[in-house]
Design a protein around this ligand. Structure first.
Ligand code: NAD
Length: 297
């Protein structure tokens, strides 16, 4: 069994990006600038946004954190997005989800300029992804592809089962694993809360990608020997023995499933750090595209 070490690979990617940023600086070019909009005070969202800002510093990007109160109206947020769309200094930005319930998330994601949509959530970018066109691939699926690629995990002709059909992980992952190329060329089954006899499906899987948010959902008797397991789940489970009062749990019963797996991602230290690294990669891509547009290429 080999661990797919997201922490190690994400650090490699950050080093690669930092080297590119250093070259940009040497040439006197503008460095990438990522902005993050955070509405409200959700603890997990604060942590995620904090990590993203810290990662920007680490690679030499500029970053801006826009904080808005929990009572922000939809119109106020849409106006802020318009401002960021029109700000030439910002190469890409994200709106941290979830949003307070008075705000229509879909409306907000649609308002982001697709050329600055480094989360890849705008329907135009999602459509391009589905059509194999160059675009911003959502960071978590992009991170999983990168892990599979760097560990040279064979995906061609394999049965890949994705559990969970969210717009940000499960659904795009199912599309990407079925694409032509590597990683891809898998035969994909997308499963969800209405799937019957899930165990029969996962037992036939060569690769299982769990993105449902239920701690230790995937048990050893649900997988075959040699399976590749990618655990996207991040759930805070109350734990009095932990300093913060909780621990982070994945969707996989790691101790048991890892005994049967050929490759497996840990939680934490697997997909999570990859997500941030790929957000940086998308921001770098956005900067390069904006520069090319300005140069009239
Ligand atoms: P979500 O919470 O929006 O949806 C969950 C999905 O799981 C749904 O499609 C539902 O149909 C499916 N599901 C629920 N119960 C099921 C069952 N018993 N059998 C089969 N399918 C079932 O999904 P999300 O936003 O993709 O989040 C999933 C998990 O991934 C969460 O723990 C989240 O915190 C985590 N996450 C991690 C990262 C990362 O960077 N590692 C990024 C995004 C989300």
């Amino acid at each position: 069994m080999e661990i797919l070490d997201g922490r190690k690979i994400s650090n490699q990617i950050k080093d690669e990006i930092a080297a590119q940023v250093a070259k940009m600086k040497e040439r006197g070019e503008k460095v990438p600038h990522l902005a993050a909009v955070l509405v409200g005070n959700d603890g997990a969202s604060l942590t995620y946004v904090g990590s993203k800002v810290k990662a920007c510093e680490r690679v030499g990007f500029e970053s801006t954190l826009v904080r808005m109160p929990n009572t922000t109206s939809e119109l106020e947020l849409l106006n802020k997005i318009k401002e960021l769309n029109n700000d030439d200094d910002i190469d890409g930005f994200i709106v941290q989800l979830p949003l307070p319930k008075q705000i229509d998330t879909q409306k907000v994601l649609m308002a982001v300029d697709p050329e600055k949509d480094v989360d890849g959530f705008h329907p135009m970018n999602f459509g391009k992804m589905a059509l194999d066109m160059s675009t911003f691939i959502p960071a978590t699926p992009f991170g999983i592809l990168e892990l599979l690629e760097r560990y040279e995990v064979e995906t061609k002709g394999k049965n890949t089962v994705v559990i969970g059909r969210s717009h940000i992980v499960g659904r795009p992952m199912s599309i990407l694993m079925g694409r032509k190329g590597f990683p891809g060329n898998s035969t994909v089954t997308l499963t969800h809360s209405h799937t019957r006899d899930l165990k029969d499906i996962t037992r036939n899987a060569d690769i299982v990608i769990t993105a449902l948010g239920q701690p230790e959902f995937l048990k050893a008797d649900m997988v075959k020997d040699g399976v590749v397991v990618i655990d996207v789940g991040i759930t805070r489970v109350p734990d009095e023995t932990a300093k913060k009062g909780y621990r982070i749990a994945g969707d996989v019963d790691f101790d048991e499933v890892s005994k049967k797996a050929s490759y497996i991602t840990p939680v934490p230290g697997g997909v999570g750090p990859m997500t941030i690294a790929m957000l940086l990669k998308n921001t770098l891509l956005a900067r390069e595209r904006h520069r090319a547009v300005k140069a009239g290429k």
